[in-house]
Design a protein around this ligand. Structure first.
Ligand code: AMP
Ligand code: MG
Length: 419
């Protein structure tokens, strides 16, 4: 027995014929590691990629104390505790055009949002409550010391980490890096992932469909999910159910990629040679995962590439990708692992569920009288890709759960994020 499989077989509660979803995910995550290789790149190219080193803020943001509102900057000590205060307007400070004149006691400065707050002045009075009388401004009572001031470094402090290594860069981080004046960032290199479909019945788009054939859709959903993860996709096409062709394809993929994702051919009895071949070429475990959809799955290593042998059914491909491949690839990309957030909402209809497996129904979150509810998107067969297209969430029914009554809370994982 080879080392990977030996390591797996020694772990607690490892039963390849009935593996809980959480256990399978833990095993995968315990084995894959962040790939070596990093590169410095223009900040915009960092979008959807992972930071490879801490970014220490070179400057304070904001750089100076400044005003959060349009109004008047004053010394709080100059204001009467009750009743109005009259102050002389000494000048005006604009954003990008500081005031550098004198500010004797009893004076106020007309100030715009973002303008530097000169030393000594400590409070902003918004223009809506102030009244001017010639060159004077009249301030009503009740101003709080320090109000409407932004402090230097209150967003990011110079010398402290602005972002930590392992951060997946979203639009907010791209802007945050720019707010530091940074032009380039150190990134983990992109993952290279090979995708191939197995099955004699598969027809590639662009060719007419013959009797008994189905179009290969899995390579397209996988391509989409991998693009969203920022991976470089190597499309290896459809590989016929023929050992020599599949062996050549897997060997080529293993030589060029960090991960290989196949679909089809891993269920028992279906096309045993796929399993045989994977087992011969690398160290591959074949699992029956206690889940629906997506029971059979292969996981292991061929050469230096991690192999994810997903089931063939189009919905099972997507569910197993999100539950197992996505977290593994994120770890390989260098990202801090974070579980998919699961929220609890009432289920509008009753659901049948057998304890002993995790079920992922395709659901639709909807609002009714202001509150969110969920219901399944019609037929839930693992070949019905429309159920994914109509869904905006997964309804996750936990391993030990039984039937769900209408109105009972269920866990949901949203499919859509902010761009
Ligand atoms: P398998 O896991 O190979 O037994 O396939 C299970 C089901 O998924 C069969 O109905 C296949 O025709 C279908 N299937 C397998 N691969 C694909 C694919 N790439 N695109 C669409 N359907 C597929
Ligand atoms: Mg097949």
């Amino acid at each position: 027995m080879n080392s990977l499989l030996q390591a797996l077989s020694c772990t607690d509660g490892y039963d390849p014929n009935s593996l809980a979803v959480s256990r399978a995910r833990e095993l995968i995550l315990s084995l894959v590691a962040t790939v070596a290789g990093r590169e410095r790149a223009f900040v915009r190219l960092g979008l959807d990629r992972v930071l490879a080193e801490d970014v220490i803020a070179p400057v304070n943001v904001p750089a100076h104390d400044n005003s959060a509102m349009d109004g008047y900057a004053v010394r709080h000590a100059d204001l009467a505790a009750d009743g109005e205060t009259r102050l002389t307007i000494a000048g005006t400070a604009f954003a990008g055009r500081p005031f550098d004149g004198a500010l004797p006691a009893g004076s106020a400065l007309r100030i715009m949002t973002g303008a530097i707050l000169p030393a000594g002045l400590d409070t902003i009075v918004i223009q809506e409550v102030a009244r001017t009388e010639g060159s004077m401004v009249v301030i009503p009572a009740g101003q709080r010391a320090g109000q409407h001031c932004r402090r230097a470094g209150e967003d990011l402090k110079a010398g402290e980490p602005a972002l930590k290594a392992g951060k997946l860069l979203r639009p907010a981080e791209i802007g945050l890096l720019a707010s530091q004046g940074l032009v380039e960032v150190m990134l983990h290199r992109r993952l290279r992932v090979a995708v191939l479909s197995t099955g004699d019945e598969l027809c590639s788009i662009g060719s007419p469909l013959k009797d008994g054939q189905v179009y290969d859709s899995n390579r397209y959903t996988l391509w989409g999910m991998l693009q969203r993860l920022g991976c470089e996709v190597l499309d290896m096409g459809v590989v016929r159910d023929d050992p020599a062709t599949l062996e050549a394809a897997l060997a080529e993929a293993a030589g060029n990629c960090d991960a290989i994702i196949t679909s089809g051919g891993v269920s028992v009895g279906e096309a045993d040679f796929v399993r045989e071949l994977m087992a011969r070429l690398g160290e591959v475990a074949f699992w029956n995962i206690a889940m629906k959809p997506g029971r059979p799955m292969a996981f292991g290593k061929i050469g230096n590439a991690w192999l994810f042998g997903l089931p063939g059914n189009p919905v099972a491909v997507m569910v197993t990708f999100y539950q197992f491949v996505r977290p593994a690839l994120l770890k390989m990309m260098g990202a801090e692992p974070a579980p998919l957030p699961t929220f609890t909402v009432p289920c509008a209809v009753a659901l049948r569920k057998s304890p002993g497996r995790t079920e992922f129904l395709r659901g639709r979150l909807f609002q009714d009288q202001g509150a969110w509810h969920v219901q399944p998107t019609g037929a839930q067969g693992s070949g019905i890709l429309r159920s994914m297209s109509e869904a905006n969430c997964f309804i996750v029914l936990e391993h030990d759960r039984g039937n769900v009554a209408a109105g009972e809370p269920v866990g949901v994982q949203a499919m859509d994020g902010l761009v």
